[in-house]
Ligand binder design. Structure first.
Ligand SMILES: C[S@@+](CC[C@H](N)C(=O)[O-])C[C@H]1O[C@@H](n2cnc3c(N)ncnc32)[C@H](O)[C@@H]1O
Length: 260
């Protein structure tokens, strides 16, 4: 199968960026495996899972059906963290998935340490492998825990300079309307409850206690959640700033103590 054959096949199945995807598939696979992957891609199965790796920020990541595919939108969260973390910071990455937020931040800020928290053990193992793949395993502690519950007691109260998180934030009623590729990603990585805000409430109310007095939270949000996060933050006494992504949509919220 030539690259042009693949492009034509993908185009006929309505795949956007068929030329780019044909090149990536032809470079990664050969023979029957390539033909099978092309057919699977034509059903809407994500390119990234077929390749088994994807790129985020300045790093490459192993990806599988056990994790959300790292999104370019999330790079804004890493950019802000890299700028704002104080020297030698210890930070939490809640809902770490592939580990991309923790790992890319650790790579850019070699003076920092992270605890990467995830609910599913297979996903956490993947995050740990991505830490090793990118040379930051010695500064990244994987932790199996439920972010919708209180943090494990052995985590030090006041022990972290920042909480970073890209939690599940899609409203339950929006889930069935997602594009076909997204339907193959883990539901648990996407759904944030009836109003999409379950994880933000738990992070602020339960995990915020782990921050130092000057500690801050940087959270990815949905394009229509800026106002809601400002309200949740204000109700709890946080100073809130919303940052927009390159598309002009609200994407990251910074919550800092009011006294700063
Ligand atoms: C939106 S994905 C983000 C993954 C990664 N941080 C990123 O930006 O690509 C959310 C992650 O939270 C995990 N998760 C879901 N429910 C959780 C819970 N109750 N506690 C901890 N992690 C959870 C999912 O398994 C998934 O890996």
């Amino acid at each position: 199968m030539t690259e042009e054959d693949i492009r034509q096949r993908l185009l006929s199945a309505g795949v956007e960026n068929a030329r780019h995807e044909a090149r990536l598939l032809a470079e990664a696979l050969t023979g029957d495996r390539l033909a099978a992957a092309v057919e699977r891609r034509c059903t809407g199965y994500p390119l990234q899972y077929l390749l088994g790796e994807w790129w985020f920020y300045r790093e490459s990541y192993e990806v599988s059906e056990d994790c959300l595919i790292p999104r370019a939108d999330t790079e804004l969260l890493v950019e802000k963290a890299v700028k704002l973390l104080p020297p030698r910071a210890r930070f939490l990455d809640l809902c770490t998935g592939s580990g991309c937020v923790a790992v890319s931040t650790l790579c850019a800020r070699t003076d920092t340490h992270a605890t990467a928290v995830e609910l599913f053990s297979k996903t956490l193992e993947l995050a740990a492998r991505n830490g090793a793949r990118n040379g930051v395993a010695d500064r990244m502690e994987p932790l199996l825990a439920d972010v919708l519950e209180a943090p494990p007691e052995d985590l030090p109260q006041g022990g972290f300079d920042a909480i970073l998180s890209n939690p599940p934030y899609i409203r339950t009623d929006v889930m069935p309307t997602l594009q076909r590729e997204v339907q193959y990603e883990p539901v648990a990585a996407l759904c944030g409850g009836m109003d999409g805000l379950d994880f933000y409430r738990s992070i602020l109310d339960r995990w915020g206690k782990l921050l130092t007095p000057t500690g801050f939270l940087l959270l990815e949000i949905g394009y229509d959640q800026g106002e809601a996060l400002c309200r949740l933050g204000a109700e709890r006494g946080w100073k809130t700033t919303v940052f927009k992504d390159l598309g002009g949509n609200d994407r990251v919220v910074l919550l800092e103590p009011n006294s700063i």
